[in-house]
Design a protein around this ligand. Sequence first.
Ligand SMILES: Nc1nc2c(ncn2[C@@H]2O[C@H](COP(=O)(O)OP(=O)(O)OP(=O)(O)O)[C@@H](O)[C@H]2O)c(=O)[nH]1
Ligand SMILES: [Mg+2]
Length: 178
Amino acid sequence: MLSSEISKLMKITFIGSPAVGKTTMLRLLSKDMIGKFYFPTHGFDLKTIKLDEYHLKVWDMGGQGAYLKSYSRDYLIGSDVLFIVTDSTPRNVLNSRELIKFATHFVDRECPIIAIANKQDLTKNNGRMSPDRVEKLLHVKTYGLTAINPSERNKLLDIIRKELNKVVLRRRSKEDEL
Ligand SMILES: Nc1nc2c(ncn2[C@@H]2O[C@H](COP(=O)(O)OP(=O)(O)OP(=O)(O)O)[C@@H](O)[C@H]2O)c(=O)[nH]1
Ligand SMILES: [Mg+2]
């Protein structure tokens, strides 16, 4: 396989607390039906998705503690972009902060860690914070999303495309330096 082909095979990883919307994001990407019921992911789910010239392997990790602790290491290794998904409530964002610290031990130094402030359809009365506020608390680039809304598919694709393009550019400029 040519190195240019390898660079188009990308591993995208979603991690986050239970019920924040990781599987819903995966379903949004793969155009599966998005239901309102919550079925916790046991272990992990994996789908391949074609985006422009990229072949994405999207890993969706069950958020319950047992899964996170037992699989994280193998699961996170080799990620090209790591998405920390939060439901945008203060309590969950604090958990996400811990999760970011934990994950940095397992991903490459070059792997971008990006937050998704999901459930932006919820009202502020429900404790939903804006993506800017979440970004200030997490200190990582943060994008807002409403994953249950099928019309947000392009928004999520644009986020992934933008972050992958940055990864590829960084890698190319490193290669040029050699
Ligand atoms: N209001 C609202 N609900 C959402 C949104 N995204 C997901 N949900 C709901 O949140 C619940 C949990 O969604 P999942 O995608 O299964 O959550 P998860 O992060 O995969 O959970 P685990 O597999 O347990 O880690 C479901 O009832 C979804 O319908 C959103 O943007 N807004
Ligand atoms: Mg899930």
